[in-house]
Design a protein around this ligand. Structure first.
Ligand SMILES: *[C@@H]1O[C@H](CO)[C@@H](O)[C@H](O)[C@H]1NC(C)=O
Ligand SMILES: *[C@@H]1O[C@H](CO)[C@@H](O)[C@H](O)[C@H]1NC(C)=O
Ligand SMILES: *[C@@H]1O[C@H](CO)[C@@H](O)[C@H](O)[C@H]1NC(C)=O
Ligand SMILES: *[C@@H]1O[C@H](CO)[C@@H](O)[C@H](O)[C@H]1NC(C)=O
Length: 425
């Protein structure tokens, strides 16, 4: 109020109409800011204290979460520390590496290009690479959507790194040049499973990105900025590891929790060359970082994207469906039947990169999104248990139109993301 009066006072000497109009506009702008600020402060539950016992039970250094209901942040919180042994707290606004939850962003970028008729879901390898005759014959007619759905048969990460890591780290060039080499390398190798069969493959996303790069002439990095970060106002979003070894820590640090211990061990930072070359090979499947709040903007675009014009109805639906069948992996996201998500399905993905793990669950029909983060990877499922416990708590509270937690009333919230797909990057 004081600021309002001050501004009013300072502009009162403007006696012409334009001046008065400017004053009125300014007052409205300030009222709007006050309203928004108050609503966020008033209606957002701080669940930090509820995260503390979960974090301690599963030996996580830090844990954070956000719940978005009908586009509003209804709950968020953070517990613990950016780095084990340091007192700097993990903040709910810290940028986090979302790992494989980046995949839906790459699939969404493809959807935006499909909507613009720049390419199609069924664009084939042979249409993108002039030297396709040197690839395994099985891949020549493989489609963009098959790579995005992990149905092309292309080799999984562990195979790629065991066969080609030594050559990957000596490659020189831009992301796009090295990504092209990665795509050719895995396409020249035969498929690891029959095309059509599901095999979770990070380098399949490098191939999809390389196809898009061939057609657009732009690198995946700038396309993601143009079609995802900028239109959705994800101002914190970056590509590449957010990780700083300086003490006190400026950002969350990844950790490993070996099965025999209760003390997480900070991850050392990889060399710039390894990071550069691995971003070429794995970036489109896992290298995006942003705050929980900006990530939620992206997830919410899959609820409201048709009305905002971000996606066509057809593309928006396709990006929320399993690729084959009624339940399972789609294009960068999985869809499952859950009673708390009806009508329609629950969508889920998890991420695991640089010793940092994430998971999101959402129900588009009830317009609820829950995203959760731990700065720790564990060998024995403790991270998954911590993330699931937090997600289950918020889903139980906000998926139903009631104030008491659903879990306490009747039916358990079935999440089980750990059993959905392998947690390799
Ligand atoms: C590619 O061609 C093979 C052999 O003709 C065929 O079996 C397969 O279904 C084709 N795949 C696609 C995606 O068109
Ligand atoms: C870490 O942060 C410091 C201070 O902002 C900066 O000088 C340094 O370059 C950063 N290190 C990395 C690896 O980003
Ligand atoms: C799962 O959800 C889909 C889509 O809403 C629906 O068509 C299907 O009948 C459901 N299956 C079961 C077993 O509930
Ligand atoms: C919850 O309430 C909203 C608004 O009243 C309504 O549109 C929605 O259908 C309700 N959802 C459930 C799951 O009851």
């Amino acid at each position: 109020m004081q600021i309002l009066l001050f501004l009013l006072f300072n502009t009162l000497h403007l006696s012409n109409k334009r001046g008065l109009l400017a004053v009125i506009q300014m007052i409205f702008a300030i009222l709007l800011i006050c309203f928004v600020a108050q609503r966020i402060a008033g209606d957002t539950a701080d669940v930090s204290a509820e995260l503390d016992p979960i974090r301690m039970r599963y030996n996580m250094p830090g844990l954070s979460t956000i719940a978005l209901k009908r586009g509003e942040i209804v709950a968020q919180g953070a517990s613990g520390y950016r780095r084990q042994g340091e007192s700097t707290p993990l903040l709910v606004t810290d940028p986090i590496n979302i790992g494989s939850c980046s995949k839906w962003m790459t699939a969404t970028l493809a959807g935006r290009l499909v909507d613009r008729k720049i390419l199609s879901w069924t664009t084939q390898i042979r249409e993108c690479f002039p030297d396709f005759m040197s690839f395994s014959s099985v891949f020549r007619n493989a489609t963009l959507e098959q790579f995005l759905a992990h149905r092309s048969g292309v080799q999984q990460s562990t195979t790629f790194y065991s066969r080609h890591y030594n050559k990957l780290i000596i490659q020189k060039g831009t992301f796009r040049e090295i990504r092209h080499w990665v795509a050719e390398t895995v396409l020249k190798d035969g498929p690891e499973v029959s095309p059509g069969e599901y095999l979770y493959a990070n380098q399949g996303y490098a191939v999809a990105a390389a196809m898009i790069e061939q057609i657009t002439g732009q690198d995946w990095e700038s396309l993601i900025q143009e079609h995802v970060f900028t239109p959705l106002q994800m101002t914190s979003a970056t590509i590449g590891v957010v990780y700083n070894e300086s003490i006190p820590p400026k950002t969350p640090v990844g950790h490993d929790l070996p099965s025999t211990t209760i003390t997480p061990i900070p991850r050392p930072l990889l060399s710039p060359t390894v990071l550069h070359n691995d971003q070429s090979a794995a970036g489109p499947g896992g290298y995006i970082a942003c705050t929980l709040q900006d990530w939620a903007k992206f997830l919410h675009a899959h609820v409201v994207g048709v009305s905002t014009g971000y996606l066509t109805a057809e593309t928006s639906e396709k990006l929320k469906r399993p690729f084959i069948g009624v339940e399972g992996y789609g294009l960068g996201v999985s869809a499952y039947n859950r009673t708390w998500a009806t009508p329609g399905q629950a969508l889920v993905h998890s991420g695991d990169i640089f010793g940092q793990n994430t998971v999101f669950w959402m129900t588009p029909s009830r317009d609820l999104i829950v995203a959760t983060y731990a700065n720790c990877r564990s060998e024995d499922g403790r991270t998954g248990a911590a993330l699931d416990t937090v997600a289950g708590l918020l889903i139980g509270r906000y998926a139903y139109n009631m104030t008491r937690s659903r879990t306490a009333i009747r039916e358990p919230i079935i999440l089980d993301h750990l059993s959905i797909f392998p947690r390799t990057d």
